[in-house]
Ligand binder design. Structure first.
Ligand SMILES: C[S@@+](CC[C@H](N)C(=O)[O-])C[C@H]1O[C@@H](n2cnc3c(N)ncnc32)[C@H](O)[C@@H]1O
Length: 443
């Protein structure tokens, strides 16, 4: 071990006692009063950690020797995991149960720090992260590879452009691992999306950045995608239905996720026959189909999706549900014109909904909002906005839809503060809960 000064530099090795987990796949330690975010460590451990980055006010470091190991520590099942190696996974060195506890702790911390909830409010939510069926390996139906200068496909090191050559990723499904990717040469600098759908359809797509135009515009780039293997359109199976979608469009990555999130959303929203529902950021129509069945023939569902291919796919996937309308466009532009709704489901990308969209949702005066979130920090920020606008986060479910990584999926229920919980019959509400059924009520 080097003997670092009070101002450690990259490459110095520090003896650290590791504290709590923090968002980002690392734990917090202190060295001479400075915060150190330590990867490859677990709370309570004593480690030697090599400094990888010096930032204003904090350091990053990788645990390289473990002197006192946590009871939760296990040997990483992947030979590419570890300091300086593949950056795809964060918690290969923790038992699956410990990974779920770490994610629940992060979720609770974010809800206080960014969500502005009190610790008591967070305790009342009883935040847990549930396992999905299938175990911690062999679950990833979609993998994004980067291609190095020599044309070899690999995965990026943590916070780096460096590409780690691998021959097989153990969290990918066996079908994804078998696709012809790591055993051949590719165009240097390109990226590859590798898909094997739940119905078994394979696809390998190559993405390249090319100049957006001539002259000055050469500096701007646009992404060109081409299918190099398999199918342009893949079929995904969920909620007893086959969904067709372009191979490049979004679908839940874990094979059990779509069924689990759709069932949880319905349980939290408790849709009633005849209700009007919005499926925002609706992709190829998973939640719209689930909601349409739940609100029945007298109800309506409006799906809003900005990716033209996904919106076309959604139109195809809801073709037998005439009360579902698909609007291709950006939620923030489309939503203000849609008018009131009884229920809103939103499943935004990692950035979350943001203030404008949360305000638009509240202005639609739904009785309940289900928020499916792949980034708990964005969910927490949007929670603070809902609270400011007089709403409350009334239920929250975490799911370990990305085992071995720091990522966690949440399904949350927001309701107007003071409303009785969704799904319970409130004698003050009419049976359908629709605005036109409420005498004298203005929306
Ligand atoms: C996390 S995915 C959810 C898709 C779908 N709900 C599902 O579960 O399959 C987010 C979706 O939002 C779309 N999207 C991103 N930004 C958007 C925006 N501003 N307005 C509408 N859709 C958007 C993406 O194309 C993507 O299909």
């Amino acid at each position: 071990m080097t003997a670092p000064s009070a101002d450690p530099a990259v490459g110095d090795t520090l003896r650290l006692t590791v504290g709590k987990v923090a968002a980002g796949g690392h734990c917090v330690a202190r060295y001479e009063g400075q915060v150190v975010f330590v990867r490859h460590a677990l709370p309570g451990e004593v480690v030697d950690a090599t400094v990888t980055e010096v930032k204003r006010g904090f350091l990053r470091a990788d645990a390289v020797v473990v002197h006192t190991a946590s009871a939760d520590r296990v040997p990483p099942p992947c030979r590419y995991a570890g300091p300086g190696r593949c950056g795809g996974c964060d918690w290969q060195h923790a038992t699956p149960a410990a990974q779920r506890r770490l994610k629940a702790d992060v979720l609770a911390e974010l809800l206080v720090r960014l969500g502005k909830l009190t610790p008591e409010q967070v305790d009342a939510l009883q935040v847990t992260v549930a396992e999905l069926p299938g175990g911690p390996l062999d679950w990833r139906t979609r993998v994004r590879y980067a291609v190095d200068r020599a044309g070899r496909a690999g995965l990026r090191a943590h916070r780096s452009h460096r590409i780690v050559e691998i021959d097989a990723c153990p969290i990918a499904t066996p079908a994804v691992r078998e696709l012809p990717v790591t055993d051949r040469g590719w165009r240097p600098g390109s990226e590859l999306s590798v898909v094997s759908s739940t119905a078994g359809d394979p696809a390998v797509l190559e993405h390249r950045e090319v100049p957006a135009g001539r002259g000055r515009d050469r500096r701007r780039t646009r992404t060109v995608t081409r299918l190099v293997y398999g199918e342009e359109t893949v079929v995904e199976r969920a909620i007893g239905t086959e969904f067709e979608l372009p191979a490049e469009a979004f679908w839940q990555v874990h094979p059990a996720a779509a069924d689990t999130f759709a069932a949880t959303a319905l349980e939290l929203l408790a849709p009633r026959a005849g209700e009007r529902a919005y499926d925002l950021y609706g992709g190829a129509g998973l939640f719209a189909v689930a909601l349409a069945r739940a609100v029945g023939d007298g109800g309506t569902v409006t799906l809003v999706e900005s990716h033209p291919g996904a919106a076309d796919a959604a139109r195809h996937n809801v073709r037998e549900l005439p009360r579902v309308e698909v609007v291709a466009g950006r939620v923030e532009r489309v939503l203000p014109a849609l008018g009131p709704a009884d229920l809103v489901l939103l499943d935004p990308p990692r950035a979350g909904a943001g203030r404008t969209v949360v305000e638009q949702i509240v202005a639609a005066t739904p009785r309940a909002v289900c928020y499916v979130a792949c980034d708990p920090a964005a969910l927490a920020r949007d929670t603070a906005t809902f609270t400011e606008l007089g709403w409350r986060l009334s239920r929250l479910r975490g799911f370990d839809a990305f085992p071995m990584t720091q990522h966690v999926e949440c399904v949350a229920l927001f309701e107007p503060a003071g409303a009785s919980p969704a799904g319970r019959t409130d004698p003050a509400l009419p049976s359908t809960g629709r605005p036109e059924d409420v005498p004298g009520e203005e929306r």
